[in-house]
Design a protein around this ligand. Structure first.
Ligand code: CAA
Ligand code: NAD
Length: 297
């Protein structure tokens, strides 16, 4: 089972990074978006990120200027953008990275199941939803896995490869090899809420928000405590802004609906409030912090 051509659906925060690391890994990639504006934005982010990585490699003496230029061109040359689903029909692997809404994801996979070649593998980058529900909607549960990348995809070194009870062993192995070819350490997990990382990370972010809402400590101090007390690269409230408050809320809503008796899954009032005000974190310029571009004010 050889993967050569990959389709990535959604070119937002996660999707653009997945397109990029797949192209860096040598795959031909179709970056698919709902509309041209969103596609252009996603491709622009890839161009910027490739430029940054190339300059870093030159600074560190890992590449000459010429080699870096050639690397950017070759990588970029493997990427094509599309807003026409027909361009996905002959992909060997499709990775979905659209909005965290199960109904929208299921209807997308139902449509893809009817139009993408039968041998293709389907994967979702969902943060929280059961892979099996999407696998069933696609009509090809044996060829379906979770491929959960981390934000920012270009820098985070992990991918979780999620198998359901229906996932074929060869499909799982091919998906794992793909993740590794993208430069990631691949860990296996069953189809459980939040897989490994989010099951641990999201309840921790919720506790930090609750602490802030109760007035136990300031956001700056909560973040500094975890950065300097535990050596985390960013504190939990900065991380919530980084992930996106809308994505965090969607993750929690799905869990609270399905597991109402699990005390680790709860929704802080301030999270709901901020999302309803359009304060979605770094991507909208305000969440728990105010942001100026990529940096906190
Ligand atoms: N592409 C290329 N370069 C990038 C980049 C990108 N996408 N993003 C950042 N960089 C570069 C920056 O330009 C910067 O370069 P310089 O040193 O030349 O200035 C360098 O990387 C470091 O970035 P920053 O200075 O902004 O900040 P930092 O040192 O704190 O590193 C970080 C940034 C790697 C993101 C680090 O803060 C970190 O590891 N944070 C934790 C992230 C995390 O926990 N992610 C998981 C989220 S949960 C998830 O993803 C799952 C889910 O389902 C919700
Ligand atoms: P995002 O809002 O930044 O990007 C989603 C993109 O999908 C948007 O560009 C949107 O235009 C596009 N889109 C929506 N519906 C579409 C459709 N039907 N067809 C094609 N494109 C469509 O969201 P994100 O943060 O990149 O999250 C994407 C997925 O990745 C979600 O399932 C999320 O849970 C998961 N995830 C997010 C993070 C994170 O830190 N944000 C980390 C890991 C996984």
């Amino acid at each position: 089972m050889e993967i050569k051509k990959v389709g990535v659906i959604g070119c937002g925060l996660m999707g653009h990074g997945i397109v990029q690391v797949a192209a860096q890994g040598g795959f031909d990639v179709v970056a698919f978006e709902a509309d041209q504006g969103a596609l252009d934005k996603g491709l622009g982010r890839i161009e910027k990120s490739l430029g940054k990585l190339a300059s870093k490699n030159v600074e560190k003496g890992k590449m000459t200027e010429d080699q870096a230029g050639e690397w950017v061109q070759t990588t970029w040359g493997r990427v094509s953008g599309s807003t026409d689903k027909a361009d996905l029909a002959d992909c060997d692997l499709i990775v979905e990275a659209i909005v965290e809404n199960l109904d929208v994801k299921k209807s997308l996979f139902q449509e893809l199941g009817a139009m993408v070649k039968d041998s293709a593998i389907f994967a979702s980058n969902t943060s929280s939803f059961p892979i099996m529900e999407m696998a069933e909607a696609s009509g090809r549960p044996a060829r379906f896995v979770g491929l959960h990348f981390f934000n920012p995809v270009q820098l985070m070194r992990l991918v979780e490869v999620v198998r359901t009870e229906a996932t074929d062993g060869d499909v799982f192995d091919a998906a794992k090899r793909f993740g590794e070819a993208c430069g990631k350490t691949a860990v296996a997990c069953k189809d459980t809420p939040g897989f490994v990382v989010n099951r641990l990370l999201v309840p921790y972010m919720v506790q930090a928000i609750n602490m802030l809402d109760r007035g136990d400590a300031s956001k700056e101090d909560i973040d500094a405590a975890m950065q300097f007390g535990c050596g985390y690269p960013m504190g939990p409230l900065t991380l919530t802004d980084y992930v996106g408050l809308d994505t965090t809320l969607s993750i929690l809503e799905g869990w609270v609906d399905r597991y109402p008796n699990e005390p680790a899954f709860s929704i802080p009032d301030s999270l709901r409030q901020k999302v309803s005000e359009g304060k979605l974190g770094r991507k909208t310029g305000e969440g728990y912090y105010v942001w100026e571009g990529d940096k906190k004010k």
